[in-house]
Design a protein around this ligand. Structure first.
Ligand code: PLP
Length: 450
């Protein structure tokens, strides 16, 4: 493909016609336009000029089984020939859609028997808000409508998902957050822990949720949502005291607990679900990304039996659904993807290789601009600091992180910058040799940044 491309023309067309998400167009056009990615295999991607890069981010935290899986392409091809589309509204289903619902449920705790399909993580979170607000109305508590998320949480880009999220930049655009969404302290010990131990700080961050619930009136709060590990905030791994305390608070006030597993789900943390690694029991779970390893757009929501029973007992339809919900091709691919994860024992592999990855990251701790490294399973972060001892940041948040990310990119590694936190989440199939290479390339980028 790349051989026949006139890259310069393609890039010019991209610059002329393509409005990219989350992109500073002026800067990127000045740099010559888009880098065109044409091929991939395993943990490696190639651009149209033939440059090879190690994808330390599995695309956008999603290509968990790695690139180049022929069996996923074949399953999509066969499904398109058999049945390219049918809907799941009005009492119909398709074979892969139903099989996928059963497969997801089989890999969850017993209480999650019902799965609602959507096309993305954002839609999963929108679905949850519509459901929980209506659920409370059916339960005779229509005032239980307020939703609490966390600062720097990321739950997607639609109006509701971005309102649940706590990204200030996003809130500045489009009149967000919508009324009824609130944000509390995120469990980011590195930046906010001061002289507290991580465990003390975990309790302090959880207490901010209780404070917010009391301020709003517990009878008005519908749900609390959190990523088990906040990904886009910079891979914030909460102290171990945090989630159990959050769960206790939610139970105390009857607030539903939602786990956004869009990044953590399907093995990223070394267990099938992030809530298993972090030690809490949600009522509702949002998922996407790793469900199909990014080979097809698909997301889902799992609801616990208690909620489903109450909802079904009231005998109401859920007036909600997208044309492509449970799309047979996406479902067939996701189903095969989950089979690959099981057959190749990839969740166990993440747990096993997680310690090797952690050691690799730790070897960077001696670098003059590295303040801390942390990881769980195959998700990790490198904090860039001006002063290692005081954890002081560089001026102008994000400037140094962006520099470091660009050095990586130009030197064969995809590593993302969340402000001045560098993050990594490679495909689960990464080998130890490739982990070594990832760490080696990261060090080169840190040296160039310093
Ligand atoms: N939730 C989390 C935790 C995410 O990281 C993301 C995307 O990065 C989303 C939700 C939104 O998913 P999507 O981009 O598929 O809408």
């Amino acid at each position: 493909l790349a051989k026949n491309l006139n890259i310069a023309e393609l890039v010019a067309r991209d610059t002329a016609h393509h409005f990219h998400p989350f992109t500073d167009h002026n800067a990127f056009h000045a740099e010559g336009g888009a880098r065109v990615i044409t091929q991939a295999d395993g943990v490696w991607i190639w651009d149209a000029k033939g440059n090879k890069l190690l994808d330390g981010m599995a695309g956008l935290w999603c290509v968990n089984v790695g690139y180049g899986r022929k069996e996923l392409a074949e399953v999509a091809y066969r499904q398109m020939l058999d049945l390219p589309y049918y809907n799941t509204f009005f009492k119909t289903t398709t074979v892969p859609t139903t099989e996928l619902a059963a497969k997801i449920s089989a890999n969850m705790p017993e209480r999650f028997k019902h799965i609602f399909f959507v096309n993305s993580g954002s839609e999963a979170n929108d679905t949850i808000v519509r459901f929980v607000r209506h659920y409370w109305k059916l339960m005779g508590k229509p005032y239980r409508s307020q939703i609490i998320g966390r600062r720097r949480g990321y739950h997607g880009s639609t109006m509701i998902a971005a309102s649940m999220g706590g990204m200030e930049g996003m809130h500045g655009q489009g009149g967000l957050p919508l009324p009824g969404f609130h944000h509390v302290q995120h469990p980011y010990w590195y930046d906010f822990g001061r002289d507290l131990t991580p465990d003390q700080f975990g309790l302090e961050a959880a207490a901010d949720l209780e404070k917010k619930i009391l301020e709003l009136g517990p009878e008005n709060v519908a749900a609390f949502i959190g990523e088990p590990i906040q990904g886009a905030a910079g891979v914030l791994i909460p102290p171990k005291t945090y989630w159990p305390e959050v769960q206790k608070i939610c139970r105390k006030y009857g607030v539903l607990l939602i786990a956004d597993e869009v990044i953590c789900g399907f093995g990223r943390t070394g267990n099938w679900w992030g809530f298993q690694t972090l030690g809490f029991e949600p009522d509702i779970v949002a998922m996407a990304k790793g469900l199909s390893s990014g080979y097809q757009p698909i997301g889902a929501v799992a609801f616990s039996d208690r909620l489903i029973k109450d909802f079904f007992d009231k005998g109401e339809e859920f007036y909600h659904g997208m044309t492509y919900a449970g799309h047979p091709v996406a479902a067939a691919v996701a189903l095969k993807n989950l089979e690959i994860i099981e057959d190749e024992k990839l969740v166990e592999r993440v747990k096993d290789y997680g310690s090797y990855f952690a050691e690799g990251l730790k070897s960077l701790n001696d670098h003059p601009i590295v303040g801390e490294t942390r990881s769980v399973g195959l998700i990790g972060a490198i904090e860039l600091a001006k002063d290692k001892k005081t954890r002081a940041r560089f001026d102008k948040p994000g400037r140094v992180g962006t520099l470091c990310r660009d050095h990586c990119f130009n030197n064969g590694l995809i590593m993302r910058a969340c402000w001045d936190t560098m993050v990594l989440a490679p495909p689960f199939v990464i080998s130890k040799k490739e982990i070594d290479e990832m760490v080696r390339l990261a060090r080169i980028a840190l040296d160039k940044t310093y």
